[in-house]
Design a protein around this ligand. Structure first.
Ligand code: GRF
Length: 203
């Protein structure tokens, strides 16, 4: 299976996908990494891994529709079976999302449906939560609202700050994202009627 990964920043989730792709453990291959930021460190990670990279800066496009149209064309030139959002900090247009319906995944740093949007760790700490985590989900038109495939939970301890919690969550992100990508590549995971299915069973 052919995988295109979209990033905007550090790319630590990308790194685990590159590592497992190279080790033949992903059930697929990361064929290209696309960033909307030229300075994203994840691009360097991709180059080190010998993976094709591309930068498409949203600043070069007048509006969201024209950027998303160009992004779609760039992604599709790599003929992906799966598009993986890994810290891609852009809201995508409905047309773009529909085009990749059932074959685009995202990872979000909260236990969805809690804390959609930004600053999830800080919000969980401020709410006094003792439990937090991350979610891998299919992307639908509702931002951070698509069907959840897999979540990992972590504790929040008294005195934790945002960085501590973020680090604890990221360890789990790196565990669950490759697993879900692998399920998809093996044909075990699908989305039907806005519902995720694994091995023929709705999740
Ligand atoms: C992760 O926290 C992920 O949950 C969120 O963006 C961050 C990306 O981190 N969507 P990295 O670039 O993979 O290190």
């Amino acid at each position: 299976k052919r995988i295109v990964v979209l990033i905007s920043g550090n790319g630590s989730n990308l790194q685990t996908l590159l590592d497992q792709s190279a080790a033949g453990q992903l059930g697929g291959e990361v064929v290209a990494v696309v960033s909307n930021k030229a300075e994203a460190y994840g691009l360097e990670r991709a180059r080190i891994a010998g993976t094709t990279t591309a930068v498409l800066s949203n600043k070069d496009y007048g509006d969201r529709d024209s950027f998303d149209a160009a992004l779609m064309q760039l992604i599709d030139s790599h003929e992906p079976d799966l598009v993986v959002l890994a810290g891609f900090m852009r809201i995508l247009t409905p047309g773009f999302v529909r085009h990749y319906q059932g074959r685009m995944l995202n990872i979000h740093p909260s236990l969805l449906p809690r804390y959609q949007g930004l600053h999830t760790h800080q919000r969980a700490i401020e709410a006094g939560d003792t439990e937090h985590g991350c979610s891998v989900h299919f992307v639908t038109e509702e931002l951070d609202g698509g069907p959840v495939v897999l979540q990992a939970r972590v504790p929040i301890f008294a005195g934790d700050d945002e960085a501590t919690v973020a680090g604890r969550v990221q360890v789990q992100e790196h565990a669950i994202y490759p697993l879900v990508v692998r399920w998809f590549c093996e044909g075990r995971l699908t989305m039907q009627q806005e519902q995720a299915w694994l091995d023929g069973v709705p999740l």
